[in-house]
Write a new protein. Structure first.
Length: 232
């Protein structure tokens, strides 16, 4: 079982200290850094699929190494020449598989690092967009507050102007009523004056008519007296 638990010649920390390009995966992570969250989420899913594939390959290689080591131990009981030859072949295969396993393990570690980096980039991008949206919301709130304040000030000015216009209209209405009342009073005075003038004219006419009648009567009496005297 020692072969099944084999992890390569170097520890995980040493393998992480020797990063190298992992082909399209590393290029893909670099390209995904400058794109939107939708592309980054797609990249994460591809990373997860690739990691699962690497894990399956590692498990398969571990099984192959384990069975090869078992075969090596079993072949020790055979003839020395065959054992020696077969042992060399198996050891070559084992070393080749171990090297392949080590490479796969390194690719897996580097893929994990790339996935972590991509996740950090995604979180940073989301945080940046969240901060931008918060700044936009704060800016909109400031604009709305300023607009509300301006509208309140305009409403106060309009209310004051309306009150002033109402006061002017009331004063104008009172002035018009006073003028109308004064005009009516003047008309009444003129009518009264005309009526008085007409009454005076009628009285004068009547007095003149009365005086003329009296004068005619007196004259008639005088004329009648003269006639009577002459007749005597």
């Amino acid at each position: 079982m020692s072969g099944f638990l084999y992890r390569g010649r170097h520890s995980g920390a040493e393998r992480r200290a020797r990063p190298r390009s992992i082909g399209p995966m590393m290029d893909f992570s670099c390209e995904a850094g400058g794109k939107g969250p939708a592309v980054q989420m797609h990249s994460l899913r591809e990373f997860e699929q690739h990691l699962n594939d690497l894990k399956k390959e590692n498990f398969s290689l571990k099984l192959r190494i384990y069975f090869l080591e078992e075969k090596v131990q079993q072949k020790f009981e055979e003839s020395s020449d065959d054992v020696h030859r077969r042992d060399i072949e198996l050891k070559v295969q084992v070393e080749s598989l171990k090297k392949e396993l080590e490479d796969k393990q390194q690719l897996l570690d580097e893929a994990l690092l790339a996935a972590d980096s991509l996740s950090d980039q995604t979180e940073a991008e989301l945080q940046r967009r969240l901060e931008e949206r918060q700044e936009e919301i704060s800016h909109m709130q400031e604009l709305l507050e300023t607009k509300v304040q301006l509208l309140q000030e305009e409403a106060e000015l309009a209310r004051g102007e309306a009150e002033r216009m109402a006061s002017l209209a009331d004063a104008e209405s009172r002035r018009c009523l006073a003028l109308e009342r004064e005009r009516e009073e003047r008309m009444e005075e003129r009518m009264e004056e005309r009526m008085e003038e007409r009454m005076e004219e009628r009285m004068e006419e009547r007095m003149e008519e009365s005086g003329a009648s009296v004068f005619r009567k007196v004259r008639k009496n005088l004329d009648d007296g003269d006639v009577h005297t002459q007749m005597q």
